[in-house]
Design a protein around this ligand. Structure first.
Ligand code: FAD
Length: 168
């Protein structure tokens, strides 16, 4: 595999600053199950990244929250294994837990993140994920702050997916 630089920021803003300052050629890295495999195999659909910014230690991308009043929020960095094992997801949204439990092997589920499955799709296609209860709202952060995902750009990060309370 070709050489690349690797950064492991501790906060979301630090990650965005790195992507902005170092410019085109970089890529956010979550679990790496897709990106690293494609880098190894030479099957990337974009140029080989000159640097990777790991999102794994970023607290803002963690957590699953649910309340009747606020609805559901899943951090982009939540892994498929965390989603499949979450008591609130299993109880309230079993179709999401079941879907997460079908992503590859246990090793893949321990690494693969929720955010990465959506970050590489145009927003209108996010709703086609069969295990989502409805089209999620995508929160993201880029050089201009919190803004809708410019999904073709590499200098932003998907932060969370959320669903408002169902009104039926
Ligand atoms: C054995 C195996 C089985 C698999 N089975 C399935 C399956 O059943 N269903 C399925 O959908 N997928 C499957 N996959 C594909 C892959 O694992 C998933 O799509 C997974 O969700 C990727 O997550 P990741 O965190 O590893 O992403 P990464 O490989 O880290 O990143 C993938 C892409 O998303 C971008 N990205 C990641 N996080 C963010 C973010 N927060 N903001 C902006 N960009 C971001 C990266 O820059 C990169 O371009 C499988 C893969 C393997 C190896």
């Amino acid at each position: 595999m070709r050489k690349f630089e690797y950064f492991a920021p501790q906060s979301l803003q630090e990650a965005i600053d790195l992507l902005r300052q170092r410019g085109d050629g970089g890529r956010p890295l979550a679990g790496g199950t897709d990106l690293v495999a494609q880098m190894r195999e030479g099957t990337l659909k974009f140029p080989f990244p000159s640097y990777l910014v790991s999102l794994r230690r970023i607290p803002e991308l963690k957590g699953i929250e649910f309340s009747e009043g606020e609805g559901l929020r899943i951090g982009a960095g939540v892994t498929m294994a965390e989603l499949a094992a979450s008591p609130i997801i299993r109880e309230r949204f079993p179709i999401i837990a079941d879907g997460a439990g079908l992503v590859g092997s246990i090793q893949t589920m321990n690494m693969a993140t929720v955010g990465a499955t959506c970050a590489t799709l145009p927003p209108r296609r996010t709703q086609r994920r069969r295990s989502w209860p409805a089209r999620p709202r995508r929160s993201s952060r880029g050089p201009q702050g919190d803004a809708p995902c410019p999904w073709r750009s590499s200098s932003w990060a998907l932060v969370a997916l959320s669903w408002p309370p169902l009104s039926c």
